[in-house]
Design a protein around this ligand. Structure first.
Ligand code: ADP
Length: 838
């Protein structure tokens, strides 16, 4: 992408193009006419283009004609219903899940699209689309649901024909337009037990094909090929040449053409490494295609079906107790109903005790150590004894045979009686033999939980009766472990998916700034909140050392508490000051260290700090301000009270005058505090009336004249065109009184104080000018803040609460006006109040 385009994007949408180009989500910018203005490479790839320029060069109608757009329920959508168009139409953010069926390949892709209307600097409104490919999540979620449903169904009944039929119903139409299940008879022929098609008419065609050209006696039939080889068969594209090749004669071909398959897939039904049948799935109606990834899922479903079939076969066979099958069935049901690892494992122990074991332990393998996560005993007293046994086992030196066979090779082990060798093996893993003796298992079985060839943990079962267990029991235990493993697998898959999606989403939206530094202090991640807090964009810092982006970081880093991630929980955050581009920020920050770096989370507490400081400033100034008049009043009152000192009438009047004026000053301070807090809580309204601004100004000056210090000269200058207007005269007076008082107060060496009135077409201005101390430009903003004083230590002996200008600003704001100051130290100040005229 060229620099020009980047700039254009920034101008039209205000988005930093570099970040957008780097993110994994597809991002496009479109205008109201549906024209595509910008796209990143990720967006181009989602649509099937190599790169953004190819995508941008393409014709929109042409692009759109490559897809069928569908909504979440797979109903057709028009381009006008896409979030981008809707966002522009309605002027607010939109979100929806969209399915694109790529017509050329019939592949379905799912996206979640969020669109926001954004106004560019040129005033043009465009829509920014953020497109996340959720195909994998959707597929996985759909498949997990289907697997769970299928497992539940299979274990809930031992009538396999019924349940298998129902599974056929589940696969169609989510995963296939038609499905067939064939079982191998003992003589090697195939028996069709399920045939199902979404479309009843085509179901009839399929039946006819199967009746006239059955797999039996035809070794080239896909079902026969798979049943013989045990390997899956995938025909991604079932086009006409393919059908011609598969058909036995012209009539067969004609039937195939009526069935119109587009893709099909046959997998073996495997139980205990034996092929017991086949599952055939086909697409036609929906023009979808199967891909390599679908094979694994089909095998997974086939595995469950095979289990179900085996169960019912076992059930039918003599010599197997009904009880055990019930147990398997029950266990399967329990496992399938949870996606929580610990709950699944706790259930295993409760299912087997006491029905097939007196004692049961369940261990998970973590870093080469077996850690016990659940245990149970038929005898509550002995279960308490088991509580005391060590929770973890690992080989101490050479791995004993037991460990080798169960944990390393993933095989089960039967110990129908306890031999001295087994005892030695157990002791070698760290078992307390004395406790073990007291628990009293005399016959044992050890079976691993295996998932995708990996041993996840071990199940041990013990009976207090020697010679209790035999090979059939071991088979049953293996079967149980297999089911539990499948459930654990589902749980793990789901947790992974959720976690990945969640963290990515969460980081985008959390209010806390989150950033990640690798071992070298280089920024690897910088979320939007971190951008907001620091004002540093991800594009500026990611890939750079943070120390280089924020020079003070090194000092701050030492103060930040960091915990190790495996200890869980976060550290208590520390509040630290940090300067970023000349701005002082206070951050509440903590870190968590993981393998390759540290993740920091921070929050901006600058405001809170400022408020804290204000509070303490307030206490010190206000107490000082209150103490001064109180001291004067107290002094005068005490003097008046004395009888031993005779006072002249004049002296007495003077004292009473002090009491009166200082009381008034006290009242004013208290009033200011009250008014400020009323302004804070928003209860001060404005009431407009017809009034003459000149009269208001005259009254203010007259009041000031009453106790004017020596050396100050007051004057009023009003332009000719000032006439009565609609203003809140009371509030204006209050503001002017404050400004004139300040002008006098901050002219300790005397000088002229003038009040001037000017008028422009729709504005009225009051200017209060003095020749006093003046104010440095850096403080122009802050003097209007609550409690802020330039000279809090009273170097020039002028007191005040720091509330006057805050009150002025708040009142002026409520009248929709503005207040500001023009000044320089030593050359006086001019405060300007500007009010709109209505
Ligand atoms: P106070 O006067 O009670 O301290 P204000 O909010 O009225 O509180 O003013 C805030 C600060 O602004 C004052 O402490 C003073 O330092 C400065 N200030 C206000 N008016 C003037 C002025 N006319 N000349 C110089 N400084 C002023």
């Amino acid at each position: 992408m060229s620099v020009d385009e980047d700039e254009q994007l920034e101008a039209t949408s205000g988005f930093p193009a570099a970040i957008l180009a780097a993110v994994e989500d597809g991002i496009t910018v479109q205008d109201a006419e549906g024209r595509l203005l910008w796209a990143n490479d990720a967006a181009a790839r989602l649509i099937g283009f190599e790169s953004a320029p190819d995508f941008l060069a393409a014709d929109v109608t042409d692009v759109l004609s490559r897809f069928e757009l569908l909504d979440e329920q797979r109903r057709p959508l028009t381009p006008e219903q896409l979030p981008g168009r809707l966002a522009l139409l309605e002027g607010r953010g939109q979100e929806r899940i969209v399915c694109y069926r790529i017509l050329a390949t019939a592949e379905e892709r799912w996206s979640s699209i969020r669109a926001l209307p954004v106004e560019g600097e040129d005033g043009r409104v465009v829509a920014v689309n953020v497109i996340r490919d959720i195909t994998e999540q959707r597929r996985a979620a759909e498949q997990i649901r289907l697997l769970a449903d299928a497992s539940e169904l299979l274990v809930s009944s031992l009538d396999f024909e019924l349940t298998i039929g129902a599974i056929g119903g589940m696969l169609v139409p989510t995963f296939a337009d038609y499905a067939l299940i064939d079982l191998l008879r003992p003589d090697g022929s195939l028996e069709q037990v399920v045939l199902r098609h979404v479309d009843p008419e085509r179901e009839a065609v399929l039946r006819e094909i199967r009746a006239r050209y059955p797999p039996d006696g035809n070794p080239d039939h896909p079902a026969s090929v798979v049943a013989a080889s045990g390997a899956p068969l995938l025909i991604e594209t079932a086009d006409d040449p393919e059908l011609r090749r598969a058909a036995r004669d012209d009539e067969h071909l004609a039937l195939y053409r009526r069935l119109e398959p587009s893709s099909y897939l046959v997998v073996p039904l495997m139980a205990r490494s034996r092929t017991i049948g086949t599952l055939s799935l086909g697409m036609g109606e929906s023009h979808r295609r199967y891909h390599d990834a679908d094979v694994a899922f089909a095998q997974e479903v086939a595995g469950r079906i095979a289990l179900g079939v085996e169960n019912s076969r076992l059930y039918a066979e003599a010599g197997h107790s009904l009880d055990r099958l019930r147990l398997l069935s029950e266990a399967g049901e329990l496992f399938a109903s949870s996606f929580d690892r610990d709950r699944i494992l706790a259930r295993v122990s409760r299912v087997v005790v006491p029905r097939i074991a007196d004692a049961c332990n369940i261990y998970l393998l973590e870093d080469g150590v077996l850690r016990r996560v659940a245990h149970a005993h038929a005898d509550p007293g002995l279960e308490r004894l088991m509580d005391e046994m060590t929770g973890s086992y690992m080989p101490n030196g050479d791995a004993p045979a037991l460990w080798q066979q169960v944990v390393v090779e993933g095989e089960g082990m039967l110990a129908s009686t306890l031999t001295p060798e087994l005892g030695a093996d157990l002791a070698g893993l760290g078992l307390d033999l004395e406790l073990f003796e007291r628990v009293g298992s005399r016959s044992m079985m050890f079976v691993p939980f295996v998932s995708r060839g990996e041993v996840l943990g071990v199940l041990t079962l013990g009976s207090s009766e020697p010679g209790h267990y035999d090979e059939t029991d071991l088979e049953l235990a293996r079967e149980l472990a297999r089911r539990a493993s499948a459930a654990l697998d589902n749980a793990r898959l789901l947790a992974d998916l959720e976690q990945r999606a969640e963290t990515a989403r969460a980081l985008e939206f959390v209010a806390d700034g989150v950033f990640l530094l690798d071992d070298g202090g280089v920024v690897r991640l910088w979320n939007p909140a971190a951008e907001g807090i620091t004002g540093l964009r991800g594009a500026e810092v990611v890939g750079r050392r943070l120390e280089d982006a924020i020079p003070g970081w090194g000092d701050v880093e030492r103060l930040v508490p960091v915990t190790e991630s495996r200890h869980g929980g976060g550290a208590r955050a520390e509040t630290v000051p940090i300067e970023i581009r000349g701005r002082e920020l206070w951050l509440s920050i903590s870190g968590v260290a993981f393998g390759d770096g540290i993740v920091y989370a921070c929050r901006d507490v600058t405001e809170e700090r400022a408020v804290e400081r204000l509070k303490s400033d307030f206490v010190s100034t206000v107490s000082h301000e209150l103490r001064t008049p109180l001291a004067a009043i107290y002094g005068a009152a005490m003097t008046l009270k004395r009888e031993d000192v005779p006072l002249s009438l004049d002296q007495r009047d003077g004292m009473l005058g002090v009491v009166a004026s200082e009381s008034e000053r006290l009242a004013r301070i208290v009033n200011d505090i009250l008014l400020a807090s009323r302004l804070d809580s928003g209860v001060v309204g404005v009431s407009l009336e017809h009034a003459d601004p000149v009269e208001v100004a005259q009254a203010v000056l007259a009041a000031a004249e009453a106790h004017l210090p020596e050396g100050i000269r007051l004057s009023l200058r009003a332009a000719e065109d000032i006439a009565p207007v609609r203003i809140d005269a009371d509030k204006v007076r209050q503001v002017l009184v404050n400004l004139v008082e300040n002008a006098i107060k901050y002219s300790p060496d005397g000088g002229a104080v003038s009040l001037e009135l000017e008028r422009s077409r729709d504005r009225l201005r009051f200017l209060v000018r003095d020749e006093g101390l003046g104010i440095p430009a850096s403080e122009f903003g802050r003097i209007f803040e609550k409690f802020y004083r330039l000279d809090p230590d009273l170097a020039r002996g002028v007191g005040g609460t720091g509330l006057g200008l805050y009150i002025c600003r708040e009142i002026v704001r409520r009248m929709d006006g503005r207040i500001w100051v023009e000044s320089a130290p030593g050359s006086g100040s001019t405060f300007v109040v500007e009010l709109p005229l209505v």
